[in-house]
Design a protein around this ligand. Sequence first.
Ligand code: BV8
Length: 260
Amino acid sequence: MASTSPVHVPDALIAALRQAKLVTVLTGAGISAESGIPTFRDSQTGLWAKYDPHELATPEAFLRSPGLVMEWYRWRRMLVGKAEPNPGHAALAEMERRLPNFTLITQNVDGLHVRAGSRNIIELHGSLQRLRCSGANPSGEKRITSTCGYTTDEWQDGELLHCPRCGALLRPDVVWFGEVLKASTLEAALRSSRECNLFLSIGTSGVVEPAASLPYEALRAGAVMVEINPNPTPLSVHSHFLFQQPAGQVLPTIVQAVWG
Ligand code: BV8
């Protein structure tokens, strides 16, 4: 990401962060862009250029072509394995250490916030580091029966992986389009959005629901809204502080300005 003009942190934001009792952050693919992970907005590179993530990240795609979907996730997992958390991830981990009450909600499944040292994380859409039993009937019938609940971090070699407990296909432990989020996860995200004094929306185009509604829950509850995104989004006009610059430059500057 080319360096941009210097980041200016308004005194009012410094004061707001210093006195905030509860801060909630929502991140999207944009915070991992400076780690070299393509965002959903970017066209998928190379082999995957001809596929639309919205097509591949669905239960239908998995039932229709489980091998293709698993190969896509293996490719993304390889990208993530070669990537490092960037200064934006690190600054959020530092912010959590400095604040009395901090919740990080992420739409990302890359696990980079965990690797950067963040602790209180709500992974809205799961993690591609984990696999879980899909319940998809190994005989290939086009329906997903109830899963046996098996999960693992071990991605064995081979195109299709099977649950050692029940024999069904294993799938990435992520939430696909058309799938409901875990009720407890969504409830925790809604609660921390409604209870915070200050909400930062970082690196998200604000399209995918129900994640996209979280900043508006915070606004309705009277929170101060900060958006960090080089491009405008529907949230931009509602933000009290708007940084249209890369998160990897803005976040460390904010942490430096507030905590020195
Ligand atoms: C559900 C995991 C009940 C998988 C993902 C209500 C209204 C409309 C539609 C719906 C609705 N309710 C449900 C839907 C359907 C659907 C949906 O929202 N569709 C969209 C396309 C309209 N939602 C669902 O299906 C959800 N389930 O609600 O269940 C239901 C079901 C069916 C029907 C009704 C109700 C489940 C959604 C979860 C899908 N899984 N990920 C995987 O990753 O493989 S979503 C995935 O895409 C990401 O997790 C993320 O959420 C989304 C991508 O968005 P972003 O993260 O914002 O990334 P994007 O590329 O878009 O933008 C990047 C931004 O970064 C840009 O703005 C860019 O400017 C900025 N940026 C770039 N560089 C930087 C930067 N910012 C800062 N610094 C930088 N350096």
